[in-house]
Every structure is written in C-alpha cells, then in structure tokens.
Design a protein around this ligand. Structure first.
Ligand code: SAM
Length: 234
C-alpha cells in the first residue's frame, strides 16, 4: 500500500470523498488517505491528525516526500482536538480503530462537529457503537459498505447531520440499516461466522458445571444475539 495504491478497505473509504472537500483524517498513520485524496482532487485541503509520535512522524515524512505540504497539515494531537475553526473542515474520516474508540473521539470532540457535513467511519469492531451514537446525536446513516480483504471483514459507515430526529430499530443498530437491506454475501458470511463463534462459546461455558450466575447471564446474552442473527438470515 502507498499513497497511490491504497488497500481495498481504504480505497472504499476514500471513495466517499467526492470533490474539493476539506477533510480531517483522524488517526492518519502514514497519511496515505489524505495524500491519495489530494492527488485525486477529491480533497483540496487536509488535516492529518495523529496522537502517537511514530505514526505522526511517518505521516509528516509521507506528506513531505509526496510534495503535498501546502495542502496537507500534519498535526499531533488527540482525536478531533487537531481541528481548528479556520480549517473549515467539511468531511471527517476516522478509519482502522475500534468502534468504542471512534465513539469516544466523537464524544470528546463534539464541539468540533459544527459545520461538518459528512463523516466517513470505518470501525474494525463494534460498529453498533457508532450507529447508537448517530441516533443519540441525530446523524443520518447515508451509506454503509461491507467488504472482505485479507480474510478480514470491514464495515464502513457514512454519516450526515440530520434536521429530523434519527431513530433506528435494535436490528438496524446491530446490523446497519443499509447493510440489512442489501444483505450481501459478505454480510451473511460475517454474521454466520459470528453466530457460530457465539455458539461455540456457549458450549464451552456450559461444559463447566455448575454454571455461575455471571456465565448464565453471558449465555442468555449470546443466545439473544444468535436469535437476532437467525431472524435476519432465515
Ligand atoms: N487510519 C489509518 C488506516 O485506516 O489505515 C490508520 C489506522 S491505525 C490502525 C490507527 C491509528 O490511529 C494509529 O496510528 C493510532 O496511533 C491512531 N490513533 C489512535 N487513537 C487516536 C486518537 N485518539 N487520536 C488520534 N489518533 C489516534
């Protein structure tokens, strides 16, 4: 992977950046995504934010060697704190982290979201956290994608601020409203695999008699999740 040839996952994330957008890529690592977006003219300006020194220096180096220091500002900082009002950011990208961490970044940086018209989020796990956040904060899920790369499955969620109240069903929070409608082969494969894993966990826990109250509660929770999956895949 480099700034010209992104991974399939990052390429799909980048495909939601359309034309001349002012983007902030939070957790930018090598800054491949902002370099790619500037080179392809989907973005006209980018902030690449990184909290860890090593990836921050890699991002700086990448932007320098790509000759893009005029259009990409690499900034060290936690989450959305790297965004300044004068940046006039319209698109925020947060990719390659867990859903819980992305949610914390959005909650801690809530005041930086004023004026932002799109967020492209790619949680590696716990995507439901972001759908729940979108409902609580009135952001509409305008698109979702699911894809497989190197035997891992990734979900992408695109959010836009909504004037109307946003509500999702429990099923939509869990599976994703767009992904649920589409029911692609990758979607089915992901949830079949998850349900099998949960079934195996139940068997392992149940073989340890007597079952503690804590484990009994865990079994109930997993059985509930399996029934959600069965309802959707039947
Ligand atoms: N976004 C790139 C991608 O999708 O390929 C890099 C993903 S990498 C696995 C996650 C990056 O996020 C790491 O470089 C990590 O240092 C950075 N990161 C984690 N928490 C962060 C935070 N609160 N603020 C900024 N960057 C963060």
């Amino acid at each position: 992977m480099n700034e010209e040839q992104l991974s399939k996952r990052l390429e799909k994330v980048a495909s939601y950046i359309k034309t001349n957008e002012r983007i902030a890529d939070i957790g930018s690592d090598h800054a491949y995504l902002p370099c790619f977006a500037i080179k392809n003219k989907t973005a006209s300006f980018a902030v690449a934010g990184e909290v860890v020194d090593g990836p921050f220096k890699s991002a700086q180096k990448q932007v320098r060697t790509s000759g893009l220091t005029d259009q990409i500002d690499v900034r060290k900082g936690n989450g959305l704190e790297v965004i300044e009002k004068d940046d006039k950011i319209d698109t925020i990208v947060i990719a390659g982290m867990g859903g819980t961490l992305i949610r914390t970044i959005l909650e801690e940086g809530a005041e930086k979201l004023a004026g932002v018209s799109k967020m492209i989020l790619q949680p590696n796990i716990a995507a439901w956290q972001l759908r729940e956040w979108s409902e609580k904060n009135n952001w509409l899920i305008s698109s979702e994608a699911i894809l497989r790369e190197d035997n891992k499955i990734y979900e992408i969620i695109v959010l836009e601020p909504s004037q109307k109240e946003v509500t999702w069903t429990k099923q939509e929070i869990f599976f994703g409203p767009c992904l649920l409608k589409e029911q692609s082969a990758v979607f089915k494969s992901k949830w079949r695999h998850e349900a099998n894993t949960w079934q195996n966990i139940i068997q392992t826990i149940s073989s340890n008699q007597p079952i503690s109250d804590e484990n009994q509660a865990k079994i109930h929770e997993l059985e509930h999740k399996i029934s959600l999956v069965e309802d959707v895949l039947k």
